[in-house]
Structures are given as structure tokens and as C-alpha cells.
Design a protein around this ligand. Structure first.
Ligand code: IMP
Ligand code: MG
Length: 178
């Protein structure tokens, strides 16, 4: 499996350290607010699990699945909700937990959709950000790592559903998807 990984961009230790740091920050900012942490499936699965496990304040979890890509590595801009929340978010403090913001088109849609449900607050927390690729006017409120314009996999991120279980963030060799 790892023959298609060109380099390790972020090690599991680096991820763990950043996630712990972010958990402390969220513990402070959301103390007494019982935040609803929304995992955007499937890519944010590992990040969500590690981040919320490291947080000490009371919180709730929910999950959404949206699709913007087939097996391609480019955003189509078309977003479908494949699985919606089970929780009503009106008046709640909501944190969207994402794997990566690339063009931002997926998240822009999600933010608009969730804002229309009138949460008390809505913030974006992402493991990775590729700011150079942005097409939508959108910034994360919390970001663990800014990365260059390379296609990455691992720690939840996939290419055609593969590589999600790698414990690190690796760069996929272009020949693996060209
Ligand atoms: P956006 O709409 O272009 O911001 O795309 C966001 C989604 O595309 C993410 O939630 C990922 O599922 C996927 N994605 C974007 N870049 C990468 C990457 O480098 N590796 C794996 N998935 C990616
Ligand atoms: Mg994906």
C-alpha cells in the first residue's frame, strides 16, 4: 500500500501534538457551552475521534456526509447531502470538524446550509488547509496545518477510498492518480 506514498508530510507525532494543543484551546473557548461537534464524513473521522477524545469539557457529537468528489482529485462544486444531522442545531454552539479545506466549495455550501438552521455560533475547525487552492471566500477558525498544493492521503483522507487508515499524512505520488 505505501509504495504510492512519495513522502510523509506530517508524522503521527506531529498530528498528535497539534490535536492536543487544539483540544486545550477548544476546552477554553467552549467551556460551559456544550458544543455540538459535527464530523464531516468520512475524511474527518480520525481527526474528530482524536480531537474530541482529547477535549475534557462536556460536548456532543454528530455526523454529516456530503459528496463533492467522485474518485477524481478535483472539486466539482456540486455538493450533495448524503447523510444529515440527527441533532437540531438551533441555538447550539456548533463546530464543523473537517479533514481539509481545498477549494472551499464544499464547506461554503455546508456553512450556508447550517447557518440557515440558526445555530448560536458556527465555527470551522480543520486538520489541513490548502490556502493556495481557495475558490470560495472562506477561512477556517481553527486549523492544525497549512499545506502546499499537493494531494495528500492518510489519517482519514483518501484517494478513491484508499489510504484512510495510514497513521500519518502522506503525499500521494502523482503516478498513483494520473
Ligand atoms: P473542497 O470543496 O475543494 O474544499 O474539497 C474538500 C474535500 O475534498 C475534502 O473534505 C476532502 O474530502 C477532499 N480533498 C481535497 N483535497 C484533498 C487531498 O489532498 N486529499 C484527499 N482529499 C482531498
Ligand atoms: Mg474525500
Amino acid at each position: 500500500m505505501e509504495k504510492n506514498i512519495g513522502e510523509i508530510l506530517i508524522t503521527r507525532e506531529e498530528i498528535a501534538a497539534k490535536v492536543a494543543e487544539l483540544a486545550r484551546l477548544l476546552d477554553e473557548e467552549y467551556a460551559g457551552k456544550n458544543p455540538l461537534m459535527i464530523c464531516v464524513l468520512k475524511g474527518a473521522l480520525m481527526f474528530m475521534a482524536d480531537l474530541t477524545r482529547a477535549m475534557k469539557i462536556p460536548l456532543e457529537l454528530d455526523f454529516m456526509a456530503v459528496s463533492s468528489y467522485g474518485v477524481s482529485t478535483r472539486s466539482s462544486g456540486v455538493v450533495r447531502i448524503l447523510k444529515d444531522l440527527e441533532t437540531g442545531i438551533e441555538g447550539r454552539h456548533v463546530v464543523i470538524v473537517e479533514d481539509i479545506i481545498d477549494t472551499g466549495l464544499t464547506l461554503k455550501y455546508l456553512v450556508q446550509n447550517l447557518q440557515s438552521r440558526r445555530p448560536a455560533s458556527l465555527k470551522i475547525c480543520t486538520l489541513l488547509d490548502k490556502p493556495s487552492r481557495r475558490q470560495a471566500d472562506l477561512q477556517p477558525d481553527y486549523c492544525c496545518f497549512e499545506i502546499p498544493d499537493k494531494f495528500v492521503v492518510g489519517y482519514g483522507l483518501d484517494y478513491a477510498e484508499e489510504y484512510r487508515n495510514l497513521p500519518f499524512i502522506g503525499v500521494l505520488k502523482p503516478e498513483a492518480y494520473q
